[in-house]
Design a protein around this ligand. Structure first.
Ligand SMILES: Cc1ncc(COP(=O)(O)O)c(C=O)c1O
Length: 411
């Protein structure tokens, strides 16, 4: 019997098929995974137990007893936490819980973007945001960054240029607080400048703040949402980086006028209830002690990674010490093409994110890579970087010295 052929029935315009998962690489520097040693397992177990015993019967209804915007105690926690840490003033009715902030990206894009639209975005940015824009047929204008995040002179020039061409961008997308992948933080003064420019040009700001809790010194500027005098800022965040990504809990903060449009697009009848209940129980008691512990562990792993790169690559790996987060954005010599390095590195057990996927300017990203240091152990970080250096030297002739040993002399 021949198998049923679905191919001629598939909808048009589908993205390329997903790839089958073959397990994680031995040295896993990709994605935004978290630190397994800092998952608060016992406290999550206790929270699940307590909340289910107390409120488990509410699982009988879609949306628990909280409605489609998400578990109310979790929204209450968020409203007070965002006020305390980021200065955001919002009510629980201005928060929508989503299935990870990836769903937040989809919902915001869903209510604002049409094919052919233009948005402004940091030149180096989150691959998940860039690929969504590409799939939607939206023109993403990249603004260069420096050590303090998006450059306001370049933003002003881009806005002026678009205005001259009668193009009104749909939003300015920014990851201002521990940027992905550069790890920069936009200072308060620049935030004022961005708000002023956005207001002058009638363009909203789309603020993605999912790394904002993971700052080494714990100090952050107020959120753009908090600083705006005129509204016009949509703020999204996530528990993926501060707790764990597999729970898939994110959120959107926006006025009801916008949230109500997003709710109409959120057709999953509510995000998973159990994970929201567990977080709603866990966070008020433990979030503030958990996050500094997690952050200390991440900082140590970052130092291990920077040491390993210095030892194995020497001056062939350039990077700035990020202000927080889980990524190091690394520049190799121009001869290195990280998209070509990807396959042989993976064959040797090292998974890296090639730079071109994280930037609007593919040539700029060619010899860059993003390394996530949160998931591998310190031993795996050291061994993985040593292996990467071997592969990189074999493929591109750099680094010439590994672990301070001249390679030709050794060969
Ligand atoms: C900037 C940014 N936004 C959104 C996300 C999506 O995260 P999640 O859907 O797990 O909340 C990520 C994940 O890495 C990210 O880096």
């Amino acid at each position: 019997m021949t198998a049923f052929d679905f191919a001629p029935l598939l909808a048009t315009g589908l993205p390329p098929p997903g790839v089958r998962w073959n397990g994680f690489a031995k040295y896993n520097f990709i994605g935004g995974h978290n630190d397994p040693d800092n998952v608060p397992v016992d406290q999550l177990v206790a929270a699940a137990n307590d909340v289910l015993k107390r409120e488990g019967k509410s699982l009988a209804t879609y949306g628990l007893a909280s409605g489609p915007q998400g578990y109310r105690p979790l929204r209450e926690f968020l409203a007070q936490k965002l006020k305390r840490t980021a200065g955001v003033s919002c009510t629980v009715d201005e928060i929508l819980i989503t299935s990870g902030s990836l769903q937040s990206l989809n919902l915001v894009n869903g209510i604002l973007l049409n094919r052919g639209d233009t948005v402004i975005i940091e030149q180096e940015s989150y691959q998940g945001s860039l690929s969504r824009l590409q799939r939607l047929g939206v023109n993403a204008v990249g603004i260069p960054l420096d050590g303090d995040g998006m450059r306001m002179d370049a933003l002003a020039a881009a806005l002026d240029d678009l205005k001259r061409r009668a193009i009104r961008p749909k939003y300015i997308y920014t990851i201002p607080t521990v940027q992905n992948p550069t790890g920069t933080i936009l200072p308060e003064a620049r935030r004022y400048d961005m708000l002023r420019l956005a207001q002058a040009h009638g363009v909203p700001i789309f603020e993605d703040d999912c790394y904002a809790d993971l700052i080494w010194d714990g100090r952050r500027p107020p959120a753009l949402h908090a600083m705006s005098q005129h509204g016009g800022v949509i703020h999204i965040g996530s528990f993926s980086k501060s707790i764990v990504p597999a729970l898939r809990v994110g959120y959107i903060v926006a006025e009801w006028e916008l949230l109500s449009r997003m709710l109409a697009l959120k057709t999953d009848a509510g995000s998973g209830a159990l994970e929201q209940m567990v977080l709603g129980e866990y966070c008020p008691a433990h979030f503030d002690t958990h996050v500094p512990e997690l952050t200390r562990g991440l900082r140590k792993k970052l130092e291990t990674l920077m040491d390993a790169l210095n030892e194995q690559f020497g001056t062939a790996a350039e990077f700035d010490d990020p202000k927080g987060g889980i990524f190091l954005w690394v520049k190799f010599p121009d001869a290195v093409d990280t998209q070509k390095l990807f396959a042989p590195a993976l064959a040797a057990g090292v998974a890296i994110n090639p730079g071109p996927e994280w930037t609007t300017d593919k040539a700029y990203g060619k010899s860059r890579t993003r390394l996530c240091f949160a998931n591998p152990s310190p031993e795996a970080i050291r061994a993985g970087v040593a292996t990467l250096a071997e592969v990189c030297r074999r493929e591109f002739g750099v680094p010439n010295r590994i672990a301070n040993v001249e390679q030709r002399a050794r060969a």
